[in-house]
Design a protein around this ligand. Structure first.
Ligand code: NAD
Length: 260
């Protein structure tokens, strides 16, 4: 039996990075996928890649900006129309914003990070939880960050929104556990995705590989995480194997958040 056999799984930010890696792993484990992203081209490519690797996979794609409540309502409706239910939700779409000190932070970028990372994650929960409540079953994985556990230099709105995601996770767990809905968050450290590659470019534009190597040298495992490391944890949390973990923010960072 595959881990997500016949389970309907919604993944936001599925066009690349952690969302795409998890979509591939979920397809391998037999899921029916509903993939959401605001980058239509990336979403199309992601669908092709999944179909090439797993020709039998069922893949619905919905272009949506998660910071729009109407667009979120629509991706939920399209998923339910296509599959009749939603078993798992990987609430993953997010942006980092720019690197700047707290007092210099551009307010428009600050607001955008809140709109996507906080409101986008919240809208998803607001419209998917009622579907899961009716079924009396659901597994939700929100995406915080190690920046949702501690501070990260020059990333104030990112850190604020990721702490908020961790808080919302606790509330969702408290309020909906009795409906068979388990809600957890993951807190990845630096995982080598397009988002993190861009962060290293901002830290050292001339030699981003140097910034990357330096960062890895502080990690107990002496490497950065790979998207596949995260995908395997998320698939577990989205599966029935996850039976009694609820309201947790689980660090996946090679142990780095234990150091100071
Ligand atoms: P990424 O930039 O590589 O991929 C993000 C995907 O989300 C892209 O396909 C993008 O188009 C999509 N997206 C962004 N905003 C969207 C919106 N408003 N509506 C719909 N789609 C949108 O990023 P990633 O590294 O894969 O990060 C995914 C999540 O993991 C984010 O929430 C991020 O904060 C979190 N995270 C990542 C890391 C890491 O090391 N990569 C660490 C901690 C947390």
């Amino acid at each position: 039996m595959k881990k997500l056999e016949n389970k309907v799984i919604v993944i936001t930010g599925a066009g690349m990075g952690l969302g795409l890696a998890t979509a591939l792993e979920a397809a391998k484990e037999g899921a029916f996928l509903s993939l959401v992203d605001y980058n239509a081209e990336a979403l199309e490519k992601a669908q092709q890649q999944i179909k090439e690797s797993y020709p039998e996979a069922k893949v619905l794609t919905v272009v949506a900006d998660v910071s729009s409540e109407e667009a979120v309502k629509n991706y939920v409706e399209e998923t339910v129309n296509a599959y009749g239910r939603i078993d798992g939700f990987y609430n993953n779409a997010g942006i980092e914003g720019r690197q700047a000190s707290l007092t210099d932070y551009d307010l428009n970028v600050f607001q955008k990070v809140i709109d996507i990372n906080l409101m986008g994650a919240y809208y998803g929960l607001r419209y998917i939880i009622p579907v899961m409540q009716k079924q009396e079953y659901g597994r939700i994985v929100n995406v915080a960050s190690v920046g949702g556990i501690r501070g990260v230099m020059n990333q104030t709105p990112y850190v604020a929104t990721k702490h908020a995601v961790s808080g919302i996770t606790k509330n969702a767990a408290l309020e909906y556990g009795r409906f068979g809905i388990l809600t957890n968050a993951i807190a990845p450290g630096a995982i080598l995705t397009p988002m993190v590659a861009e962060a290293f470019r901002q830290i050292n534009a001339e030699d981003p590989k140097k910034a990357e190597a330096e960062y890895a040298s502080f990690n107990p495992t002496k490497r950065l995480g790979q998207p596949e490391d995260v995908a395997k944890l998320v698939v577990f949390l989205l599966s029935e194997d996850c039976g009694y973990v609820n309201g947790q923010t689980i660090a996946i960072d090679g142990g780095q958040s234990n150091a100071y």
